[in-house]
Each structure stands twice: as structure tokens, then as C-alpha cells.
Design a protein around this ligand. Structure first.
Ligand code: Z5A
Length: 244
């Protein structure tokens, strides 16, 4: 049945500008398990890029646009959990489609550097690998939501599951765990393995960074990776001009 689905490209989500044409901005995503330090490192990288005069848009998933933030609430509250991982994958994709259209594509088209705290790899790993959702469905959802506008660089922050969980529970205090934080320890261990496997399969785009050290040393390691892959200091003047 899946084979009969006719997939059409999404109506031009600004995919007319390719990553290498020199005018489109750059798209960086952060991935990893809970407590890996994604939000911390996204903020740090944004500060460093802005210091170079670049136009930087920070976003997150699920969320990053009005429609996607509404879906985020449904997903993280656990309201969609009884519907099963297939339905959750579709909801994450619906949120991503809005995020792409409203936030990411317009920012890249004007030459901004977009940094997203999680993106499509989270669906591949959480719903695909851990939720056992058919990978063909995941691939097709990806095709209709992001088209050719793939991240230029994905940084996978890698910490042992115990360390990530300790950070999250320290931050949470007495508050209730959300839908995904509440998963068992084994889930978080498999999550880490799945991300490392992804990095092995897509080494040109996905770079694992040891995130077990203090926030500053991780930030330095992230900065080294971004410089090696995307050379922000040498960004064409037109990309920098977009910030002024
Ligand atoms: N999900 C999905 O299933 N499918 C999808 O397609 C997408 C998402 C897009 C979103 O949760 C959930 O949705 C997520 C996957 C699922 N699962 N969960 N839970 P979220 O957005 O609420 O949370 P998160 O993405 O998992 O991130 P997080 O838990 O907030 O962690 P983080 O962003 O990686 O870390 P942080 O907020 O930067 O830091 C956590 C704490 O550790 C904080 O107190 C920091 O001050 C501290 N920290 C950070 N770095 C360090 C270092 N280096 N040393 C010590 N302490 C540190």
C-alpha cells in the first residue's frame, strides 16, 4: 500500500536555492538525547556566529512557528501517545512542514544562518528506530516536509545516557517528566546508539561531538566543527550584509 502513494514535492518551500549556490544561508541542526546540552550549545553557537556579523535565526523542533508550537504542546503533553508512534510521526511531520514553510525556508532564502534544536533526524531516531515506524514512511514524510532543503551540518551531541538523564532530572527538580523524558533508561541508551549509528551512515553531514565535558569545552568543540565544515568567517559579504 505504501508503494502506491504518489509523493509530490511540496509546493516550492524555497528549495530553488541550493546549499552551494552562495546566496542561500546555512542550515545547522543539533541532535542528541535528552540533557545532551543542545539548547545550551545552540545559544552559544548563535552568539559566536552573530559576533561575525551574520544574520542568525535560532529555532527548535517540535516548534519554531505558531502552528508547530501548537502541535508541540499536543506531542509533549502526551496527548498523542495513545494514538501510537505512527500518528506521532505524522504529527511531528506536520509541525515540521509548518516550521519549514514559515521559518526555515524564508530565513535561508534571505541568506540567514538557521540553527535548529532538533530536526528531521529526531523523527528518524525516536519514531523510526525506537518507535519501529516503517522507515519508508519516515523517508516519505521527510521528502514532503523538507524536500531538498536538508541541513548542511548536523551536530550530534553525545553523552552517556546516565549523564544526560542526571542533567535533565537536576534541571526538572520536582516537576513532572514530559512524554519523552518519562521513557525508561534502556530507551535512552538505545537512543544514543542510534544517533551514533546515524553519524556513521552520514559522515559528511552528521558529526558527533563529545558533550560530556563542561559547557565551554563542548562549545569550543562545536565551534571547531562548524568552522571546519562551513567556514563562517569566510561567509560571502552578501550573507553578512543580510544582517545589517
Ligand atoms: N521528538 C521526537 O520524538 N521526534 C521528533 O521528530 C522531534 C522531537 C523533533 C522534545 O523535547 C522531545 O520531542 C524530545 C524528542 C521528541 N524528547 N524529549 N524529552 P524538548 O524539546 O523538550 O527537549 P530535548 O530536545 O530533549 O532537550 P532537553 O531535554 O531540553 O535537553 P538539551 O537541550 O539537550 O540540553 P540543555 O537544555 O542545553 O541542558 C539540559 C540541562 O543540562 C540544563 O540544566 C543545562 O544547564 C545543563 N547542561 C547543559 N550542558 C551542560 C554541560 N556541558 N555540562 C553540565 N550541564 C550542562
Amino acid at each position: 500500500m505504501l508503494e502506491q502513494v504518489d509523493i509530490v514535492s511540496p509546493p516550492s518551500i524555497a528549495t530553488d536555492r541550493k546549499p552551494t549556490d552562495g546566496t542561500r544561508g546555512r542550515f545547522i541542526t543539533f541532535e542528541g538525547g535528552e540533557g545532551a546540552g543542545k539548547s545550551t550549545q545552540v545559544a552559544n553557537l548563535a552568539t559566536r556566529l552573530r559576533a561575525l556579523g551574520l544574520d542568525v535565526v535560532v529555532s527548535r523542533e517540535p516548534g519554531g512557528s505558531v502552528g508547530a508550537e501548537a502541535i508541540r504542546h499536543v506531542l509533549l503533553s502526551g496527548a498523542a501517545k495513545p494514538l501510537g508512534p505512527h500518528a506521532e510521526a505524522i504529527l511531528f511531520a506536520a509541525a515540521r512542514a509548518d516550521h519549514m514553510r514559515q521559518t526555515i525556508a524564508p530565513a535561508l532564502a534571505r541568506g540567514a544562518w538557521v540553527i535548529s534544536d532538533r530536526f528531521a533526524d529526531s523523527t528518524r531516531i525516536y519514531q523510526g528506530v525506537l518507535g519501529n515506524v516503517d522507515r519508508r514512511l519516515i523517508a516519505r514524510l521527510e521528502k514532503v516536509t523538507i524536500g531538498d532543503l536538508k541541513p548542511d551540518l548536523t551536530i550530534i551531541l553525545d553523552v552517556p545516557a546516565t549523564q544526560g538523564q542526571e542533567r535533565v532530572s537536576k534541571r526538572r527538580g520536582d516537576a513532572k517528566a514530559d512524554r519523552f523524558e518519562a521513557e525508561a533508561f534502556d530507551f535512552h541508551k538505545k537512543l544514543r546508539e542510534a544517533y551514533l549509528e546515524l553519524a556513521e551512515h552520514e559522515p559528511d553531514r552528521c558529526v558527533p561531538v563529545d558533550a560530556s565535558g563542561d559547557a565551554q569545552s563542548v562549545a569550543n568543540a562545536v565551534w571547531a566543527v562548524v568552522n571546519a565544515h562551513l567556514h563562517p568567517g569566510e561567509a560571502p559579504a552578501m550573507l553578512k550584509d543580510a544582517a545589517s
